[in-house]
Design a protein around this ligand. Sequence first.
Ligand SMILES: NC(=O)c1ccc[n+]([C@@H]2O[C@H](COP(=O)([O-])OP(=O)(O)OC[C@H]3O[C@@H](n4cnc5c(N)ncnc54)[C@H](O)[C@@H]3O)[C@@H](O)[C@H]2O)c1
Length: 352
Amino acid sequence: MSVLNAGLIGCGRITDLHAPGYLRSDVARIHAVCDLDPAVAERRKQEWGATRATTDYRELLDDPKIDLVEIITPHHLHAQMCVDACRAGKHVSVQKPMAMNVTECDTMIAAAHEAGVKLKVFENFVFYPPYVKTRELIEDGAIGEPLSVRFKLGSSFRGGWPVPLKAWAWRLAEETCGGGPTLFDDGYHKFSMGIHLFGPVAQVHAWVDRTFGVVDVPALVTWTHTDGGRVGYIDATFSPHMTVRSHYYSADERVEITGTEGVIWVTRCTGQLLDEPPLLLHREGRTTAFEDIRADWLDSFVDSTHHFLRCIQEDEEPSLSGQRGKEVLQFVLAGLQSAETGAPVRPDEIVA
Ligand SMILES: NC(=O)c1ccc[n+]([C@@H]2O[C@H](COP(=O)([O-])OP(=O)(O)OC[C@H]3O[C@@H](n4cnc5c(N)ncnc54)[C@H](O)[C@@H]3O)[C@@H](O)[C@H]2O)c1
């Protein structure tokens, strides 16, 4: 089979972690890049050895050599770019959150279906090796019947890699982000993991305050799953004066999953606050550490990209399909609606 040619639309901060999936692949390469900023497009072309650079994504879509595109732009642009890419016959990987609302998700899913192309929502946490192992352990019954999943999220201005001001600017505006930076943007990963680990969600109840008038924390989101009375919750805070140890964003995620027979802890993800093994399992009165597991956040991006390439090559449905992307977005939006009204909301009631 010939090498798959990819086109990257949007070449900002996070594409530093998208490019390695291609640069370390034998089956695909970055053929073209597109960014509104011509200097960024040209720099990325050189950096990644691409053949062409453009500032107009439609020009990139017109290139018959391109097999698939990655949409890595601010959220308000995802839907239109995705629909146009599908109509141009390209397979699409669109960064999370898939879209601004459920109506946009439906349009994107329909466009991919009509064009007969793959649609994948790029949510990398489900590919983070300690989470992959966690799911295996749960499925193998290592903690008995799962009871609860608890996500502790912390973020800060300090630590990690530099984030350009313009990348914050669109995130802090609802019309370009779609919601707050904590729950709608970054929180998406945790809502996605909730479904990935414990299945569909029945009902969400949330309380969200604001820090500095714009950051949607402190926040507490609780939910029940449809299966077996399983529950989950997110506790999110912002610590402006804390330096987070991280190679990437100044974000900390710690997860605790309790079952009828044991507990699993994942001690790191984007950042690493603890000098503990990435994954720990307590069962039968003993705690086992998984020391040797790959645990660099970058691994989740590379594995996610390679999964998509495999799906295209083997004509399989990506695990994070458009339908799953919509389900996660309904979960997120149910949380936001609940925070506004104070009442619990069912995700399946969010239809537009
Ligand atoms: N998976 C993750 O963990 C993760 C982390 C960060 C960001 N993201 C997602 O990646 C996407 C981009 O985020 P980022 O942090 O890289 O943002 P960013 O602001 O650093 O980069 C966005 C880029 O898109 C370009 N752009 C804007 N409009 C464009 C257009 N019409 N055509 C072409 N290019 C255009 C901008 O010039 C900019 O370079 C968002 O969807 C975000 O949620 C995901």
